[in-house]
Design a protein around this ligand. Structure first.
Ligand SMILES: CC(C)=CCC/C(C)=C/CC/C(C)=C/COP(=O)(O)OP(=O)(O)O
Ligand SMILES: [Zn+2]
Length: 472
């Protein structure tokens, strides 16, 4: 019965109970263990994950029959997961990786799902994010930005939106992937931006036609296209695109905030849409939406008629019972907060001086300005509950999954780890500051790298790309 409903795409109360029971059984098992065993259960099994991911990357070079049109995605999910875990790949794998993605690059710009395949916005986004995550001269200079710009313009449609590929569908994903890629490569300009905001949130005054045909729905979340259902994946895409074009104030942000906070279930995880099951990948799609809104506090307060300084959000003061210090003292074997911030600071200072010297061929860098803005709100979701869901219900011996009963995969490994990063880092006002140990569930060594929430790229790699493309 439950299985049939899942296949039909509907969710009965029975399905919800089934998942909740499995999650609670897991919590129960862990909480009844002695304290020593509990800390083991709450550990990110870093080495196992890295081994699984590195082995998977080696397989990418071999013959493919599954996900053949999604190979840049596999590259991105794997390399992003490795980077989040604070590791990188050896030179041989790295060169093979850059060479493979170069072969996916179309001579007229953009990346296809594999060598010789038609360029597509989704695989272009994946390839660009993957190459930025690898970083370094060879990787970054392999992206043909001039041709990529031509490809993006070719995908632009009169309504302001973008097509996913020649003759393909127009939706919010296409708007986001085009704008994200253009922004991160420093090729975003007014021609690309024109009317994108109108595609995402367009209201009409004419009550005889339709009063409301925005992608932001009556629920407050964002749908893939007008008249569809609000969904976490599209909400992330719509919000991030609106921030990158500096038009987030056109969204109903209190409505969006209200929608996203109610998507966190009692299991601790997020669901993608109303009345559906929680799923580990929404730890990022929904978690990042909440984290992005934290940096839009002035606009949220304005829309609510509150003073600029008013602070919404939940306090996690008593969150992690295993750590009661103020972040000075960390568990044995983990890096100290000071160690972690040093390289970031170096890159940041370098970028700031470069920005003064060369930056802004077009004056638009909303993604950078956004991440440098302090958060003016406390976290908008229960970060500890989500970390518990991630560590207890989605983590396998190696890799992560949607929920108990499902199998691990690279997509979930990437987005669960990205969500874990959002959880651990959302308490800091400044994106470059390391979290306090009380904000990291389990030992402090569980900490993963911070990401830029608009692009889902590890922050240091984002800064490196910004420096590189500011000069280029
Ligand atoms: C950058 C980029 C291309 C982002 C894509 C965003 C994204 C994940 C969109 C999800 C699309 C969608 C309708 C999933 C529904 O899945 P479902 O019905 O299987 O799941 P559900 O039951 O959780 O809704
Ligand atoms: Zn999922």
């Amino acid at each position: 019965m439950a299985r049939e409903n899942l296949m039909k795409g509907t969710t009965s109360q029975e399905d919800q109970w089934m998942v909740q029971n499995q999650c609670f059984r897991l919590y129960d098992i862990v909480y009844r263990l002695p304290p020593h065993a509990q800390s083991i259960k709450f550990e990110v099994l870093r080495e196992n994950h890295i081994e699984y991911l590195t082995e998977s990357l080696k397989q990418l070079g071999r013959n493919f029959c599954v996900l053949d049109a999604n190979r840049p995605w596999l590259c991105y999910w794997i390399i992003q997961s490795i980077a989040l875990l604070g590791d990188c790949v050896d030179d041989k794998l790295e060169n093979g990786f850059i060479d493979f993605l170069s072969r996916c690059q179309d001579q007229d710009g953009g990346y296809g799902g594999g060598p010789g395949q038609m360029p597509h916005l989704a695989t272009t986004y994946a390839a660009v994010n993957a190459l930025i995550t690898v970083g370094g001269q060879n990787s970054l200079s392999s992206i043909n930005r001039e041709k990529l710009y031509d490809f993006l313009l070719r995908m632009k449609v009169a309504s302001g939106g973008f097509r996913m590929h020649d003759g393909g569908e127009v939706d919010v994903r296409a708007c986001y992937t085009a704008i994200s890629v253009a922004s991160v490569l420093n090729i975003l300009d007014d021609r690309l931006i024109q009317n994108v905001g109108d595609y995402i949130v367009r209201f009409t005054e004419d009550i005889h036609v339709a009063t409301f045909y925005s992608c932001q729905t009556y629920e407050g979340g964002i749908a893939g296209e007008p008249f569809s259902e609000a969904h976490g994946g599209h909400t992330f895409c719509g919000l991030a695109a609106m921030v990158l074009i500096n038009e987030a104030d056109r969204l109903n942000l209190p409505g969006l905030l209200n929608w996203v906070v109610f998507r966190q279930g009692i299991e601790g995880g997020f669901q993608g849409r109303t009345n559906k099951l929680v799923d580990g990948c929404y730890s990022f799609w929904q978690g990042a939406v909440a984290a992005i809104i934290q940096r839009l506090h002035v606009t949220v307060n304005k829309q609510l008629g509150l003073p600029d300084t008013f602070e919404l959000g939940c306090s996690t003061e008593s969150g992690n019972e295993s750590s009661d210090n103020d972040g000075e003292e960390v568990s044995e074997g983990s890096s100290s907060p000071a160690d972690i911030s040093e390289p970031t600071k170096g890159v940041q200072q370098g970028f700031l001086s470069l920005k003064r010297q060369y930056f802004c061929c077009n004056g638009l860098n909303n993604g950078y300005d956004f991440i440098k803005r302090p958060t003016g709100m406390k976290p908008l979701f229960n970060s500890m509950a989500l970390q518990q869901y991630i560590l207890l219900c989605t983590q396998e011996e190696a890799g992560f999954r949607d929920k108990p009963g499902k199998r691990r995969d690279h997509y979930h490994t990437c987005y669960v780890l990205s969500g874990l990063s959002v959880c651990q880092h959302c308490n800091e006002r400044d994106a470059d500051s390391p979290p306090l140990s009380r904000d990291v569930m389990g030992p402090y060594s569980n900490m993963v790298e911070p990401v830029h929430p608009l692009h889902n790229i590890v922050l240091d790699k984002y800064y490196e790309a910004q420096m590189f493309f500011a000069r280029a």
